[in-house]
Structures are given as C-alpha cells and as structure tokens.
Design a protein around this ligand. Structure first.
Ligand code: ADP
Ligand code: MG
Length: 366
C-alpha cells in the first residue's frame, strides 16, 4: 500500500492546453480519494499523469515516497481502469484479467489461480471463458476492475468507472466498489463528474476546475461549507441559494427583503456579499416566527420523493427550500424561512471565496 504525493504538477498538451495547472495533493495510504469536476476540467489528464501515460510538464509525482515523475508507466506500481474499460475483445475474461501478469511472464498455472480467485472476489464466477462481448455492462466493468486488482498495483486509478452503467446498475456497482475498496484497503483515486457519486463513495474529495484545485475536503465539508461559489454551485442535488446580501452590524445579513443570522466576525458591517444557503438547511414555517427571517409566498413545489423542493418568492427573489413531503405548502401560501447562523455562508462578491470559514472554525472550537 502506498500514498501519492503531487507537488506543483502541471500537464501541458502540445497544443498549449494546460489541462493540469499547478496542483498540490496528498492521497493517504489506503484512502478512497475522488477527483470531481465538470467535463474538461483535467481529471483524466491528472489520472493519466499519475499513471505516467502523460508526461508531467512541471512538478513531481511520488508514489509510496518514491519520485516516479520520469518513471515509465509499467514500473510505477499503478493499476488503472479506463472509462471505456479497454478490454481485449478477442480474449476471454480469464485472459483479460491475467493479461498484465502474462506480460510480466508469470507462469500459466499461477495466472489461472489468480483469475479464479479475483473472479470470485468480483462476482464473476462462471464467466471466465466468455468473451467481453458476451457480458453485460456491469460485468465488463467488473472484469476491468478485476484486471486492475489482479495486477497487484500499489494504487488503483479509476476513470469514471461507473459512467457507462445505467442508473440502477450504477447504484449497485457503487456499493460494490466501496465495499471492495474497504476490503482491499488499496489507495484509490476515483475520477467522476457526478457530485452525488463522489459524496457517496469518497473519504475525501478534490474539486477541480480548469486544471486547478478549488477545494479539498471530506464529503461533509465540501457539502456543508463550500470554499467558494464554484464548489457551492457544483455540489448538491438541489442547487444552493446564492443571493446578494449585506452584512448588518448585529450578527445578521439582509437578503431578499428580510434577514438571516450569520457569523460575521470577520466581515465588516455594510459589506456587500453573496449569501449562500442550501435548501436543506432552511426551515419553512406557515405560522409566526421570531428572530431574523425571510417572508414570502410559495410559487411551486417539486416532488423529490420523500422531500419537496419549494420555491418561495421573497421580495422578488426565488429561494429554494426542501420540506418533508407531507408538509408541502400550497402555492400562494404566505411563509417564513429561517436558518441557523452556522448554515448561512458569506462569499465575496468579487472572487466568490468563502468569508466566514474562519468564524466557523472558531465557533466549533469554543
Ligand atoms: P476531464 O477528464 O475532466 O473531462 P480531460 O483531462 O480529458 O478532462 O481534458 C482536460 C482539457 O485538456 C480539456 O480542455 C481537453 O480538451 C484537453 N485535452 C485532453 N486531452 C488532450 C490531448 N490529447 N491534446 C490536447 N488537449 C487535450
Ligand atoms: Mg475524463
């Protein structure tokens, strides 16, 4: 097992695109680490640079404390699963799984043993003689995983391994992958553009944009306290409310014709800010409320299953709030929205960086 250390890494393609643009990252030994970001942000390039399939233009990659920046891919101790699985169509499942061992001239008898053991671990028993074309998408995905695992790399690199599966199979494969990674304890870097998948699977998530790191944290941290409005917009199944507001001197912000409590220690009074608040952290009341609140009228409600996403018009601004399905208010109903100060995030209007992160840390300690 091994950690991965990335320092000042840049990968520039011959056409001048800086697909990875100065990254520092540490992936801990045994960690399940997600690289998350929109299409084209450089996730695949970063993974391929770790594997040595793309050459680093600047910076270093260390695996297990060894500098591998100039080491050829086969000698880095990495196993990679490509987005399209890249199985050999003319080879059987068994041959596909053990191909990396064959390249290393491992004896045929040993290869057979590894194939049957790995196939067992990945629920592929009975399929060893089939060709990839005779397998379902989920089975092909597991063969690609089996091949990576059988090669006994120190780190496992997975490029959107679930994206070719349909929705139901993807959920099953997600659970399977999480359990497998736990059981093997292998350091894993998992690329995805699907924020829900990253939140569900990863120990930690690196959110990328345009080749740069925008936030690094646990799923809880990136969900509850996005470090900037880019991450705030990208993470969450229902979009975060991001509204223009103004810091008041009394520990509140004025927003959408009303006010909300906020920790404003590090923000001067009268500062113009972007107020971020997740629909899940707002409370909707149809009766009287005391303290800072937003008043408005229900416009529509969308069914999310056990929850409803209610849009409330507050002084001309639409604000989303989730409520349990059985408490969904009728359109036109007058309502009040409240939130705890710890959930009200303040971002600069200029750069979109989080302003009250330090306040939160101080609050958590006291
Ligand atoms: P992601 O995996 O996040 O979708 P990629 O790493 O594939 O992103 O691409 C990052 C950027 O690099 C994109 O702008 C893409 O167009 C560009 N890119 C990817 N591969 C190449 C290549 N072989 N040559 C030139 N540009 C590339
Ligand atoms: Mg990609």
């Amino acid at each position: 097992m091994a950690g991965i250390d990335i320092e000042g890494l840049a990968t520039v393609y011959p056409n001048g695109v800086r697909a990875v643009d100065g990254l520092d990252l540490h992936v801990a030994d045994g960690e399940f680490f997600a690289l998350l970001g929109p299409s084209g942000c450089g996730k695949t390039t970063l993974l391929r640079t770790i594997a040595g399939l793309e050459a680093a233009s600047e910076g270093t990659v260390r695996i297990d404390a060894t500098d591998v920046t100039r080491t050829e891919p086969g000698k880095r101790g990495v196993a990679m699963v490509f987005q399209d699985y890249a199985l050999f169509p003319h080879m059987s499942v068994s041959e596909n799984i053990t191909y990396p061992l064959k390249v290393r001239r491992v004896a045929a008898a040993t290869r057979l043993e590894v194939a049957s053991r790995t196939a067992g671990e990945l629920s592929l028993d009975g399929l060893l003689e089939r060709k990839p074309g005779q397998l379902s998408g989920g089975q092909q995905q597991r063969v690609a995983l089996a091949r990576a695992i059988a090669s006994e790399g120190k780190v496992l690199l997975l490029d959107e391994p679930l994206s070719n599966l349909d929705a139901r199979l993807r959920l099953e494969a997600r659970t399977f992958l999480k359990k497998l990674q736990r059981d093997l304890g292998i350091t894993t870097v998992f690329v995805t553009h699907d924020q829900a998948e990253a939140l569900a699977l990863a120990d930690r998530i690196a959110v990328m944009d345009s080749g740069k790191l925008r936030q690094l944290g646990s799923p809880r941290e990136v969900f509850a306290r996005p470090a900037n409005t880019f991450v705030a917009n990208f993470i969450g199944s229902t979009p975060m409310n991001l509204l223009p507001g103004k810091v008041l001197g009394d520990g509140t912000v004025s927003v959408a014709g009303g006010s909300l409590p906020a920790t404003t220690v590090s923000t001067p009074a009268d500062a113009e800010v972007t107020v971020g608040i997740r629909p899940e952290y707002l409370t909707l009341s149809t009766g009287d409320v005391s303290g800072p609140s937003l008043r408005g009228e229900v416009v529509v409600a969308e069914n999310l299953g056990t929850q409803s996403l209610v849009s409330v018009d507050c002084d001309g601004t639409l604000i989303g709030v989730t409520v349990p399905e059985e408490t969904e208010p009728a359109p036109g109903a007058p309502v009040a929205l409240t939130a705890p100060a710890s959930r009200v995030l303040l971002y600069t209007q200029e750069t979109g960086e989080l302003l009250n992160s330090a306040d939160h840390t101080a609050g958590a300690r006291s």
